[in-house]
Ligand binder design. Structure first.
Ligand code: G6P
Length: 615
């Protein structure tokens, strides 16, 4: 939710800022803006509705000079998307310019107080309340020290913020602060970079610092970085070296990041298993599992918390933990969990799954679980993000930066990590026979190859997708391990094509959705060969009897459902518990191609953001 960049140093700031914003557009793209301290010492602020490219067009050949600047790409919380509400916001006196990610929850109180003191507001945002508050604090302090002004203002604030600030009384400095929203500082040679995640920074420097809650950073030309907290204690930080593989991500010849990421899955899943799955002796070793073996095995139950696609991965995790490890497992939406006064204690292990590692609700669920004494295990993708830093232990999924707003490779990465954890625990617990363990591990190692062959259906799916652009609704059905896949397939379609889609357990169809079925209704059903195949076959017949249009995802060589369904898409056969890793792929492709046929902006679907850092 909103991306921030900042720069101070010897380079021209504008290209660095805009380049960074483009990498952060997954966080929001309804308006964008930049503030630069120009070479002539003037504060230039440019803002435009729409994407970063619209901002660039708007700026054209206006004055883009300057070596200090801040920039923002927005996902609207308070105030409609328009240039007026876009960041940066400038304070009444013109002294401060700010960009902000997060929500100032008490902004209306702050705003009313300031209005009584004569401040006039020009936007409907919570952010403007913050910059005016900073302005007001500066007028009350004798010293012009920006850090102490910021401390005074931020002490008044309730909510979440990551901010970058320019103070025109100190135009050779840049300021940043955070609470519950991420902010990364890159340290170059006599220069500083700021960004909401590590990728824009890693394009320029390997040396980064992750700012902690309630810390303020002061970056000034020719001076070392200074970090203090709201209580004015000096804070020391280890400089982290970020992998060189991070940095700018390109589409690599694909039309969209989403398609590129779908195609990357065989390689990503191989990376995810690297050093963990031993192909020779068919074993799995997850270091976090072994480090905390006793804690995990003595757990009364597991609770998985997550949002969106990660929650769907969690539903598969539940089946893996229960079937393979015999550990009772609950799955909760993080947003519900955090406000449900959950019964959680020190014998519970909570798994927090999050691609970004920044989802506000998941982070809050982690904090709540820890406060109640639970042991928390994070499963994340973004290295160094907030969730991995606030959990007791964790495993990265290592699938590389995911840019497409609709999650694809992160989902299969999460399911792979959950599978490896379940297998490792099952072996330690002796809850499955050794032969079963080795069989599953051996098959897991083959999944990347099988994913490659699942991707071969792309051309067929592209060809048939045009048929379905008429549809206003879709139903997705699956049973057992395929039920969460059905939910995920429906979510993908909704997210990027704006077609209403519902995922259901196939047998539940009779309790409602069957009433919707007619010759217009496409029904996607996952019918791979497994223990429930016969039951799913009956479901397909029930749909056909009502003239529904069945698109069935079947195992290679299926000659039963293929005779009944209108369309079949084959995926390689696998073990039931690994089927989701393969059957998900055609559903991702189907959603992708339907959205493309409908002319939708696949990588930047309306109203969505990749990283939901506000609740
Ligand atoms: C947003 C994204 C989804 C993602 C969900 C949870 O809704 O658009 O793709 O699944 O947040 O995000 P997380 O980063 O916690 O996995």
């Amino acid at each position: 939710m909103c991306g921030i960049t900042g720069y101070l140093g010897g380079k021209d700031a504008y290209p660095v800022l805009v380049d960074g914003l483009k990498q952060l557009e997954y966080r929001g793209y309804d308006s964008a803006g930049v503030a630069l301290v120009s070479d002539s010492g003037k504060l230039n602020v440019y803002k435009e509705k729409g994407k970063v490219s619209d901002l660039e067009d708007y700026i054209g050949d206006k004055d883009r000079s300057g070596h200090v600047g801040i920039a923002h790409t927005r996902w609207a919380t308070h105030g409609e998307p328009c240039a007026r509400n876009a960041h940066p916001h400038v304070s009444a006196s013109g002294r401060f310019a700010i960009v902000h990610n997060g929500i100032i929850e008490n902004y209306s109180v702050i705003k009313e107080n300031l209005e009584r003191k004569g401040y006039v507001f020009s936007s409907s945002t919570d952010t403007e309340a913050l910059v005016q508050l900073i302005d007001y604090m500066s007028s009350r302090q004798e010293s012009s020290d920006t850090v102490s002004i910021l401390q005074a203002a931020l002490r008044e604030v309730v909510g979440a913020y990551a901010i970058a600030l320019i103070d025109m009384e100190h135009p050779d400095c840049l300021y940043a602060a955070r609470k519950s929203s991420p902010l990364v500082i890159g340290i170059g040679d006599g220069e500083f970079y700021l960004a909401s995640d590590v990728n824009p920074v890693a394009s320029y420097t390997e040396h980064v610092i992750f700012l902690e809650d309630e810390e303020i950073a002061q970056m000034c030309c020719g001076e070392p970085l200074r970090i203090v907290n709201l209580a004015n204690d000096e804070c020391r930080h280890e400089v982290t070296t970020v992998p060189k593989s991070l940095g700018k991500v390109q589409k690599g010849g694909f039309g969209h990041y989403m398609l590129k990421e779908i195609y990357e899955q065989p390689d990503c899943i191989r990376d995810c298993m690297r050093g963990r799955v031993n192909i020779e002796d068919k074993t799995v070793f997850m270091s976090a599992v072994h480090e905390h073996r006793d804690r995990l095995l003595s757990a009364g139950r597991f609770i998985i918390v997550a949002c969106g696609t990660s929650w769907h991965a969690g539903l598969i995790g539940k089946q893996l933990f229960e079937n393979l490890c015999q550990i009772p497992t609950e799955v909760a939406y993080a947003s519900e969990f955090r406000y449900s006064n959950p019964v959680v204690g020190s014998r519970d292990v909570v798994f927090a799954i999050s691609q970004s590692g920044e989802t506000a609700d998941t982070l809050a669920a982690v904090e709540l679980a820890r406060s109640k004494g639970a042991f928390v295990y994070g499963i994340c993708n973004a290295v160094g993000s907030s969730i991995p830093r606030s959990t007791d232990t964790g495993s990265y999924i290592h699938v590389g930066p995911e840019i497409g707003v609709a999650s694809t490779k992160a989902f299969t990465g999460q399911v792979t990590v959950l599978t490896m954890i379940a297998l490792d625990l099952a072996r330690e617990k002796h809850s499955i026979a050794d032969s079963v363990y080795h069989e599953i591990v051996g098959e897991l190692a083959r999944i990347p190859y099988k994913m490659k062959s699942a991707l071969r259906s792309d051309e067929r799916i592209a060809a048939l997708s045009g048929i379905f652009t008429y549809a206003r609704n879709f139903i997705y059905l699956g049973r057992g391990y395929s039920y969460p896949v059905a939910l995920e397939g429906a979510l993908k379609l909704k997210e990027i094509s704006y077609i209403h889609a519902e995922g259901y357990p196939a047998a539940e169809m009779k309790h409602g959705p069957i009433a919707l079925i007619d010759e217009e209704m496409p029904v996607v059903i996952i019918a791979t060969r497994n223990a429930l195949y016969g039951k799913v076959l009956s479901n397909v017949q029930e749909i056909k009897a009502r003239k529904g249009r069945v698109i069935a995802v079947v195992s290679e060589g299926d000659d039963v459902i293929s005779r009944i369904a209108d369309t079949v898409i084959e995926v390689p056969s696998s073990l039931e518990c690994l089927d989701p890793l393969l059957s998900t792929i055609p559903l991702q492709l189907l959603a992708y191609h339907i959205a493309v046929c409908k002319g939708k902006d696949v990588d930047r679907p309306r109203n969505l953001a990749k990283s939901v850092t506000v609740e």
